[in-house]
Design a protein around this ligand. Structure first.
Ligand code: GUN
Length: 286
């Protein structure tokens, strides 16, 4: 069994991005900039946002953090995003989800132009992914693909099973695997025989959001197991959607939680930001 080290790979990527952001600064006389918007007090979101801002520093990217109170109005949130959309120093905009319940996320996210949508959430970017056109791809599934690539794990002709169908992970993950020539199955809460579906997987991606949901009887010998979960076990300890202790005995490759996909998500956000900045300048200079 090989442990896929997302933490080390993400550090390598941040170092590569530092070279890229320095080259940008030298060429265009300004830094690459990412705006991060956090509304409210969600504790997990606060940790994610802190890590994203720290990642920016390490990759030589300027971050613009906007912390808004829980009682922010729909208009205030939309106006902030609209202002960032016009700001030339901001190449990427990230609105951390989930938002407080009284806010309509879709209408706020709709203010982010596709060119600055570094999360790859908007209809234009999802459409491009579905059509195999170049656009921005959601960070978590992109991080999974980057790990498969860097660990030389082939996807063509493999049975890939994605458990979870969220807009942020499951759907774009399935499209990326399909674009990489895997035979893809998407499973969800209404799937009839989940265990049988999972047992067919050469590559199993768990994006369910339930602690240790994938057990060893659901995994084929020698499968590649990718754990996208960020859950808490019965003792409050951070764990994934996969029962790592038991499943690691069966897998050929497996990602741990923490230290697997989490750091890669942030590295891909920084990479998407560099790409958005480079594209915007190339467009301007055409
Ligand atoms: N909340 C959980 N994951 C994400 C993500 O990738 N991007 C944003 N903006 N919010 C999230």
């Amino acid at each position: 069994m090989t442990l896929i080290d997302g933490k080390a790979t993400a550090a390598e990527i941040r170092a590569e991005l530092k070279t890229r952001s320095s080259a940008f600064e030298e060429k265009y006389g300004r830094k690459i900039g990412l705006a991060v918007v956090l509304i409210g007090e969600d504790p997990a979101s606060k940790v994610y946002v802190r890590n994203k801002i720290k990642g920016c520093e390490e990759a030589g990217i300027r971050s613009f953090a906007h912390y808004l109170p829980e009682n922010t109005s729909q208009t205030q949130a939309e106006e902030l995003v609209a202002t960032l959309a016009e700001d030339e120093n901001v190449h990427g905009i990230l609105v951390q989800l989930p938002l407080p319940k009284h806010l309509e996320a879709e209408r706020i996210l709709a203010k982010i132009p596709a060119a600055k949508d570094v999360d790859g959430f908007c209809a234009e970017n999802i459409g491009k992914l579905a059509l195999r056109e170049s656009g921005t791809v959601a960070c978590t599934p992109l991080g999974v693909m980057e790990l498969l690539k860097r660990y030389h794990i082939p996807t063509a002709g493999k049975n890939a099973v994605v458990v979870g169908r969220s807009n942020i992970v499951g759907r774009p993950m399935a499209l990326l695997l399909l674009n990489a020539d895997a035979t893809v199955t998407i499973c969800h809460s209404r799937t009839r025989d989940l265990k049988a579906e999972c047992l067919r997987a050469d590559i199993l991606v768990a994006a369910i959001g339930k602690p240790k949901f994938i057990t060893e009887d659901m995994v084929k010998d020698g499968a590649v197991v990718i754990d996208v979960g960020m859950d808490r076990d019965e003792n409050g300890k951070l764990c994934g959607d996969v029962d790592f202790e038991k499943v690691s005995g069966k897998a050929s490759y497996i990602t741990p939680v923490p230290g697997g996909i989490g750091p890669m998500t942030i590295a891909m956000l920084l990479s998407n930001t560099c790409e958005a900045a480079e594209r915007s300048m190339e467009k301007k200079n055409q």
